[in-house]
Design a binder for this molecule. Structure first.
Ligand SMILES: [Zn+2]
Length: 397
């Protein structure tokens, strides 16, 4: 039996907490078993919302889970013609990147929307990290040249890096993000969603699509969404969930997604935002521990960011409460290809610029340190070994 996902958009609900857009998803697997799930997004009350039948956001959310399950998608609502065209191409990208993990699937929709108008203005995905800050800063300060976007607001999503259950942590982090955006005359909107709880997807691969799915709910307010880049063009990590090849393919005729800032690496971005005192003070790079209002100072991301600052000529930035010391490197382990690539870049930048070069032996030590093998290292995505283990697990479940 052919597996399928059916999407049924639900009616918008307005409460004191916000506007809840949601859809019912009926999943049928190859054995004919069915499951029903509800995907929801809670948007601020003051925003104009897309029509109930507009399923662009839901289709984006469901695409990668459906490709992974080899399930056709049936949408009982409307989808933008441009989005359908882009998602056709996007499927080829994921299938070429991970041929045994993501399969090509059919998409059927009740109605296709054509020749729609795109609103003026842009929003930027904003969680207070260096990539988002760089995007917000360079566009509002008009230093992005001809590519400058008219950013109206930042959007911080609860349910991505900070789990839905952590209300206090999110409030603290959102307060810092709002302060920093206010200093460049931008509003902060917060959105809640259960997208990460509906499917157990690898977040490193799913993050960009999940962000686009959430941000495109702003399509009646602005027509462009910026996703701050991670790796620069010369250091791209593939496959990755937010990437210069895939992000533009998340665009519809009413909401264009831009992968912003890949012309700059992390040290270059940090150098640019080092002219923004509140930006530096409120820079939040750390997801370690339970406190989302400050950076711990000694996790991999914190130590790496401190080195980026040193390379940019900034010692003791205000986002860290103490100076870098030898022992901060003790527990640094590189758990992803992206992190390893960043540390290699730091090594070459130190050698090239001479900045922070006194920490070079420590950087070498970290690069030599073995990380504990992850599931994806033992069973690489797309490998025969992984497929075999999955088959065995499926048989025994
Ligand atoms: Zn940290």
């Amino acid at each position: 039996m052919q597996a399928s996902f059916e999407l049924f958009p639900l009616v918008l609900e307005t409460t004191v907490d916000g506007q809840r857009r949601s859809c019912l998803i009926k999943e049928i697997n190859v054995s004919g078993d069915t499951a029903k799930k509800e995907l929801w997004f809670l948007y601020p009350n003051e925003l104009p919302m897309p029509d109930n039948s507009d399923c662009d956001s839901y289709l984006l959310a469901i695409l990668l889970p459906a490709m992974q399950m080899k399930a056709d998608i049936i949408v009982h609502g409307s989808v933008s013609q441009e989005l359908l065209s882009n998602l056709t191409e996007l499927q080829y990208v994921w299938h070429k990147w991970c041929p045994e993990e993501f399969f090509l699937v059919d998409i059927k929709v009740d109605s296709i929307r054509d020749s729609e108008e795109r609103q003026k203005g842009a929003i930027v995905a904003f969680s207070g990290g260096a990539d988002a800050q760089f995007a917000a800063y360079r566009h509002t300060k008009g230093i992005a040249g001809y590519s400058t976007q008219d950013i109206r607001a930042g959007v911080f999503v609860h349910g991505f890096d900070i789990p839905l259950a952590d209300t206090q942590g999110f409030l603290g982090a959102a307060k810092m993000a709002a302060e920093v955006l206010e200093s460049i005359d931008l509003t902060l909107f917060t959105v809640k969603t259960n997208i990460r709880e509906v499917w157990n997807m690898n977040w490193e691969l799913y993050c960009g699509t999940a962000l686009a799915s959430t941000l495109c709910g702003f399509n009646k307010y602005v027509g462009v969404g910026l996703l701050g880049s991670g790796e620069s063009y010369d250091e791209l990590v593939t496959p990755w969930g937010s990437h210069p090849i895939t992000d533009p393919l998340l665009s519809s005729s009413t909401f264009k997604v831009i992968h912003d800032g890949a012309g700059f690496n992390r040290s270059e971005k940090i150098k640019a935002i080092s002219e923004w005192p509140l930006g530096i003070k409120n820079l939040r790079v750390c997801w370690a521990g339970g406190n989302h209002e400050r950076n711990c100072g000694y996790c991999e991301k914190c130590v790496r960011t401190r080195l980026n600052f040193l390379i940019s000529g900034v010692t003791d930035p205000a986002c860290f409460t103490s100076s870098l010391k030898q022992s901060d490197f003790n527990s640094v382990v590189l758990r992803s290809e992206a992190a390893r690539s960043e540390w290699k870049l730091i090594r070459s930048e130190m050698i090239e610029t001479g900045q922070g070069v006194e920490w070079l032996p420590k950087v070498e030590q970290v690069l030599k340190r073995k990380s504990s093998p992850k599931f994806s290292t033992i069973l690489p995505i797309g490998s025969k070994r992984r497929r075999l283990v999955k088959k065995i697990l499926a048989k025994n479940s």
